[in-house]
Design a protein around this ligand. Structure first.
Ligand code: 13P
Ligand code: SF4
Length: 297
């Protein structure tokens, strides 16, 4: 048994990792996945310590789903800038304006925002969940790009957008993808819905990181991948004979703050524990649980 395995056993710890963290961490994690898979997995863990190898909102969601467990971040400085791009006040204003309104919140948000919304979604289930809602008006926060993607695909709703985005996905331009298409004419274009609408318009497939990984296994030998480069680890592992081309410098710096030394230190020394205010956590649990039911695959 490796040192890390012994440490995990001694500390009764389990490691959850997102596809965007470095390959070395994905390799030693017990569960690797997209945001929805990580939330689903977090529901059923029996270990005392849950180590989140991802960004802070992911640790918060795990803590809300597991209030009695110790949730530790590999690096608590690793955050998602999109989380700060919506305010509780803007949600209150929208609720005052519309009677028939559902506030739908991307899981990339703070516990406080979740506590003020009606249902959470991730990039893998947003369409499915919004389609099931009874309300006509949907205030979608914080991501305007994922919100626009929903508006384009769910016709009978009035989707109200909030001006937030993922700075990493939003940076990609249609020109970047067109250049890659010129170079690799037979490649299928796989795009994450956090990208701009004009980038999504170039896609053969639009989906979450897990969706892109699964879809790449179905058909085709070459793919232009329009999301964070961390998913190349799983793509190479699953499909060693296929070719994957990435947009240059597609890196989430926050996810890359994590490394093996920090991971070991956190498990050993109980560092970076996640705390969520009890009242907020109770309120935020409802939209998260609603997502897990409505978005179940
Ligand atoms: P998914 O994990 O849903 O693909 O989202 C990607 C992301 O940006 C996570 O922060
Ligand atoms: Fe946030 Fe974008 Fe990084 Fe995901 S990739 S954690 S959305 S900044």
């Amino acid at each position: 048994m490796s040192n890390l395995e012994t440490l995990k056993k001694d500390e009764d710890a389990v490691i959850l990792a997102h596809y965007y963290v470095d390959e070395e961490i994905q390799k030693v994690a017990d569960h690797v996945g997209d945001s929805f898979y990580l939330a689903q997995t977090a529901q059923n863990l029996t270990n005392n310590k849950i180590i989140m190898a991802g960004v802070y909102f992911m640790g918060e969601s795990v803590k809300i789903l597991n209030p009695d467990k110790k949730v530790l971040m590999v690096d608590s400085e690793a955050g998602c800038p999109m989380v700060d791009m919506v305010t509780v006040e803007s949600i209150k204003e929208m609720r005052d304006k519309y009677d028939d309104l559902a506030v739908v919140c991307y899981i990339n948000s703070s516990a406080e925002i979740k506590a003020n919304c009606d249902v959470c979604v991730t990039s893998s289930n947003a369409l499915k969940i919004v389609e099931q809602l009874e309300e006509k008006n949907i205030f979608f926060v914080p991501d305007r790009n994922l919100g626009s993607f929903i508006a384009k695909n769910v016709k009978d709703k009035n989707i109200i957008l909030n001006d937030g985005c993922c700075p990493v996905h939003d940076k990609v331009r249609a020109e970047d993808v067109k250049k890659l298409k010129e170079m690799h004419k037979n490649a299928k274009v796989m795009v994450h819905p956090e990208c701009r609408p004009e980038v999504i318009a170039l896609a053969d497939y639009v989906g979450s990181t897990k969706g892109i990984i699964l879809e790449s296994g179905k058909g085709g030998d070459e793919f232009i991948i329009v999301t964070e480069v961390g998913i190349s680890a799983k793509l190479k592992e699953l499909y060693p004979d296929k070719k994957f081309y990435f947009v240059e410098d597609f890196i989430c710096e926050d996810m890359k703050l994590l490394n093996m030394d920090k991971l070991i230190d956190v498990i050993k020394n109980d560092k970076n524990e996640v705390f969520v205010d009890e009242e907020i956590a109770k309120k935020a649990l409802k939209p998260l649980e609603r997502m897990l039911i409505m978005g179940a695959n």
